[in-house]
Design a binder for this molecule. Structure first.
Ligand code: PMP
Length: 455
């Protein structure tokens, strides 16, 4: 038996021993949900731990296991679980009722906070999810420019919606040439007519972006990108150059800050000093409740309003838009994010990045650690990760085994690992102590499956 089979089967067995009740629920889930899940991002092998509760920086599962949470529902819970200020705001609102067939003052309050913080925000629209925010932002760009095509970056995930679910995780057989990627639907069920209107370019490559914009300028409504795409940063000057070219050709620039808004009070656009035309938001701005939003200039947002001579050009509604509990939880969250909280999260994020780098280097493993501000991430590759193709050189098996063994040790990473305002030095120490043991145990596996990573 090879090291992978021997060591990983030990990790899986231990996981199953510690997660017997989760397995029972998982078996039930198979009967009532296709693939036993209703959110593929939380699915994992052999099966996920079913979570019961969270408090501060800890979560617990149905088997009674406690974890240091370094996921915080994929970055949403920037203040941790059950933050007193958020709980207070929610309780106060619940006393008044949960939702109404009319607006509440709370949506105006949250909108004002976003406008105060985000450079590209003069006006706001709320949605129940980031997906819908992206959908509506693209529709807005199309209405404003009266053009249909959009450009997105290969490997970027912007939610679950036809026009954007293209070339998210294409396989090597499907992906095509690196500088002229194929447009590969991420899912069945996306009509060809939709695919035809989405152009795909590599992230961080300004030459290809410029060429694609020039060639399609008469049909292009917008370029949409995540300023920090899946944990790797834009190259110096990249965002500025995209901004300049889009402006030159009258194409709107949309920043998807659903995840990376977390890095600064004004989001990644504040960090990099580049202001897009439209920004999509979600996750943390709902304080743990379902939410999305898109913000833009008053001029662009006019498409929704009676200010236009021809009347509103865009229809937009939704039963749960500006859901009152999300509005008050979001406002309480933003209010608690003071400069010292950002500073603390940056510091602990840096401690995680440095600590993980040291652990890998002590074991002579050439994987490297990325991330910005409160984000950290091990890239299981020697290559510098700058786009989808370089990200694909990372060994996902190493990632999965690392995550699974970490769960056995009470550390919960999964997608978008991050620290929150309530993460403590003790949490970081626990996570790094556990990571040291995990990497030691996995070293023979890594040597076997990814020999290039071990010196
Ligand atoms: N944009 C980005 C960058 C995302 O990562 C996600 C989801 N994680 C979305 C949009 C979609 O947000 P939601 O899951 O709230 O629909």
């Amino acid at each position: 038996m090879g090291e992978e089979a021997r060591i990983v089967s030990g990790i899986v067995q231990e996981y199953m021993k510690k997660h017997a009740r989760s397995k029972q629920i998982f078996d039930e889930a198979w009967k009532v949900m296709p693939g036993a899940n209703t959110r593929i991002a939380v699915f994992m092998m052999p099966y996920p731990a079913y979570i019961t509760r969270g408090e501060g920086s800890s979560i617990w599962d149905v088997d009674g296991n406690q974890y240091v949470d370094l996921n915080f529902n994929m970055t949403c819970l920037v203040l941790g679980h059950k933050h007193p200020k958020v709980v207070e705001a929610i309780n106060k609102q619940i006393e008044c009722g949960t939702s109404f067939g009319g607006p509440t003052e709370h949506e105006v309050e949250l909108a004002k906070r976003l406008i105060d913080r985000i450079p590209s925000a003069e006006q706001v629209r709320f949605t129940p999810s980031g997906t819908e925010a992206v959908h509506q932002a693209v529709r807005l760009a199309r209405a404003y420019t009266k053009k249909d095509k959009i450009i997105k970056c290969e490997g970027a995930y912007h939610g679950t919606w036809d026009a954007i679910d293209i070339s998210v995780f294409p396989t090597p057989e499907e992906q095509g040439p690196p500088l002229n990627p194929n447009r590969v639907p991420f899912s069945k069920g996306i009509p060809q007519g939709v695919i035809d209107n989405t152009l795909v370019v590599p992230f961080n490559n300004i030459e290809v972006m410029e060429k694609t914009i020039k060639e399609n300028k008469d049909d292009l409504a917008a370029v949409i990108l995540e300023p920090i795409q899946r944990g790797y940063e834009p190259k110096e000057g990249y965002l500025e150059a995209v901004r300049e070219i889009t402006e030159k050709y009258g194409i709107l620039l949309i920043f998807d800050e659903v995840v990376c808004y977390r890095v600064r009070r004004g989001g990644a656009q504040e960090l990099y000093g580049v202001t897009p035309d439209i920004t999509t938001l979600g996750k943390l701005i709902g304080g743990g409740f379902p939410i999305g939003a898109y913000v833009s200039s008053r001029e662009i947002m006019k498409q929704f309003s009676f200010e236009l001579a021809e009347g509103p050009q865009l229809f937009f509604s939704g039963t749960f838009n500006a859901f009152p509990l999300a509005m008050v939880a979001g406002a309480a969250t933003l209010d608690a994010l003071t400069p010292d909280v950002y500073e603390k999260m940056d510091r602990l994020g840096e401690e995680m990045r440095t600590g993980l780098s040291e652990i890998l280097s002590d074991q002579n493993i050439e994987a490297h650690v990325g991330g910005v501000a409160s984000f950290f991430h091990i890239f299981w590759t020697k290559e510098e990760v700058v786009d989808y193709r370089t990200l694909k050189t990372a060994d996902t098996r190493c990632q999965n085994y690392f995550d699974l063994d970490s769960l056995n040790r009470g550390i919960y990473y999964r997608d978008h690992p991050n620290v929150s305002a309530v993460t403590t030095r003790e949490d970081v120490k626990k996570a790094l102590d556990a990571a040291r043991e995990t990497v030691e145990i996995l070293k023979p596996v890594i040597k076997e499956i990814s020999p290039g990573l071990v010196q």
